[in-house]
Design a protein around this ligand. Structure first.
Ligand SMILES: [Zn+2]
Ligand SMILES: [Zn+2]
Length: 216
């Protein structure tokens, strides 16, 4: 399946950190960047934002960093007014409690949904093509998937040979990272304080990426 997604995936193997996290972050940044310009005038999206009641905590603050204050002012004015008029009843605490529970239970984030779709698509491209020798060879040069995406990839394969072949690649990467971290820690020992840091310098950051996923 040598389409654009395939090429984007192979290209992402050159990135720092988990290739799937890298693609998700890149796409999310683009989506966030274009979002406010298109949203303020798009009635359907505004209704969707109202239905979902805003965004998740992380994405709301990511959006806040964009330059478009007016766009956000318009979105939040709508949410504050709706919240005040429809969900808040000072004279009826029971009704308010129920309304708040429902509101929070139904809450979804457009950005989480968007990035979730990208993740699903690229995970399929990764899993579906990993057996191709050129894909595997390119992947061997990458930093490998984060733990979360590793688990997702393993779940997609029915063929235990593919799983073993994939895990062998990850095993080599983990062993290298472990050795680099040990070297990194060793150099903090006063007895070796004269030694300069080498490529292990940022191994602790690569380990965060590996264990907790790429920076968002
Ligand atoms: Zn990842
Ligand atoms: Zn979100």
């Amino acid at each position: 399946m040598e389409d654009l997604n395939y090429f984007n995936l192979v290209e992402s193997f050159n990135a720092n950190g988990c290739p799937l996290c890298f693609i998700m972050k890149e796409r999310l940044d683009k989506f966030l960047y274009n979002f406010l310009d298109e949203t303020v005038t798009d009635v359907d999206t505004r209704l969707r934002i109202r239905k979902n009641f805003g965004f998740c905590h992380a994405h709301a603050w990511m959006l806040q960093k964009s330059e478009n204050c007016l766009g956000q002012g318009i979105i939040y004015q709508d949410l504050v007014e709706t919240f005040h008029k429809i969900h808040l009843s000072p004279s009826d605490p029971k009704k308010t409690r129920k309304a708040l529970d429902r509101l929070l239970a139904d809450r979804k984030c457009i950005f989480c949904e968007h990035v979730g779709g990208i993740e699903k698509r690229y995970l399929e491209v990764f899993s579906g093509n990993f057996d191709m020798p050129e894909v595997k060879a390119a992947y061997e040069k990458s930093q490998g998937l984060c733990l979360n995406h590793m688990a997702m990839a393993v779940r997609t394969w029915r063929n235990s040979k593919t799983i073993s072949s994939y895990l062998e690649v990850e095993s080599v990467k983990l062993k290298e990272l472990d050795a680099e971290l040990k070297e990194f820690i060793r150099k903090f020992d006063y007895r070796f304080s004269g030694e300069k840091f080498g490529k292990e310098k940022d191994s602790w950051i690569r380990a965060i990426d590996k264990i907790s996923g790429g920076r968002t």
